[in-house]
Design a protein around this ligand. Structure first.
Ligand SMILES: NC(=O)c1ccc[n+]([C@@H]2O[C@H](COP(=O)([O-])OP(=O)(O)OC[C@H]3O[C@@H](n4cnc5c(N)ncnc54)[C@H](OP(=O)(O)O)[C@@H]3O)[C@@H](O)[C@H]2O)c1
Length: 244
């Protein structure tokens, strides 16, 4: 595989301040890609990812659509190009449907799904002019097999697949690849509150017998973004066999 990065390649990674997004940003930077990394609260974490000429910290709040458009504008102002998106940031807010407040339930879908549409929409004019343009949406295994307490989050993650496949068809004429990464359970802040007992049950239900690491999932995201030049509309499971 030729891993030569075309000069000046720019990738926007959302949620680059922690977890999988930070891992993907680090791996992209290692390849010589310039990264616009979004944060909601952790600006310093993004700044620490790499030198200022390679990393652009950008504020993004998934619940505030204006910040989606502003994020793309900030990348344009700084580098004048945008080649790919790794849409990784997500809101998780669980609760059983019988007791959850419906507005809170909807806000999870709204923040995750509407922000995806808003960011991609704002980025399309740059993507269609790019070399090897791509969009990676970080979904979840939960979007296909479900999880108790996750009706809202799983709905948003399932919707990401239909969204990506439709968008892949819309943008194929412009060579923009659109793919979904569907991780299983990964050791990050998002899963840190899971009890030891539940962790053991989940690991036992996973063929590889453990949670994934940030580096493993980030590698799959970077593969889809950079290397998977004949993949579009694909859903790559990176779940240790949890969904089998
Ligand atoms: N961890 C897992 O087991 C797992 C499994 C399947 C799928 N996933 C998916 O993988 C992706 C990354 O998850 P992770 O575990 O790496 O998460 P994480 O460690 O909790 O990090 C979340 C990231 O998203 C940002 N973020 C959170 N809420 C936001 C909001 N309202 N607006 C904008 N940015 C926001 C955070 O920014 P700040 O730090 O700046 O606030 C942070 O950079 C998500 O799409 C998640 O659904 C994770």
């Amino acid at each position: 595989m030729d891993r030569t990065v075309q000069t000046g390649r720019v990738v926007l990674v959302t949620g680059a301040s922690r977890g999988i997004g930070a891992g993907a940003a680090r791996q992209l930077l290692d390849r010589g890609v310039r990264v616009a990394g979004t944060y909601r609260t952790g600006r310093e974490n993004v700044e620490r990812l790499g030198p200022a000429d390679q990393v652009l910290p950008v504020h993004l709040d998934l619940a505030d659509l204006d910040t989606a458009e502003a994020a793309i504008k900030a990348v344009d102002q700084r580098w004048g190009r945008l080649d790919a998106l790794v849409l990784n940031a997500a809101v998780w807010n669980g609760g059983k449907l019988a007791t959850i407040d419906l507005d809170a339930w909807w806000s999870v879908i709204d923040a995750n799904l509407r922000s995806t549409a808003a960011i991609v929409r704002a980025a399309i004019p740059w993507l269609v002019r790019a070399e090897n343009p791509s969009v990676v949406i970080v979904g979840s295994a939960v979007g296909s097999i479900g999880f108790p307490g996750d009706t809202a989050y799983a709905s948003a993650k399932a919707a990401a697949v239909g969204f990506a496949r439709s968008l892949a068809k819309e943008l194929a004429q412009d060579r923009v690849r659109v793919n979904v990464l569907a991780p299983g359970f990964v050791d990050t802040d998002m899963t840190s509150a899971i009890s030891d007992r539940s962790r053991r049950k989940i690991a036992d239900a996973t063929l590889l017998g453990r949670f994934g690491t940030v580096e493993e999932i980030a590698r799959a995201a970077v593969f889809l973004s950079e290397d998977a030049t004949f993949c579009t509309g694909a859903v790559l499971a990176a779940d240790g066999g949890w969904t089998l």
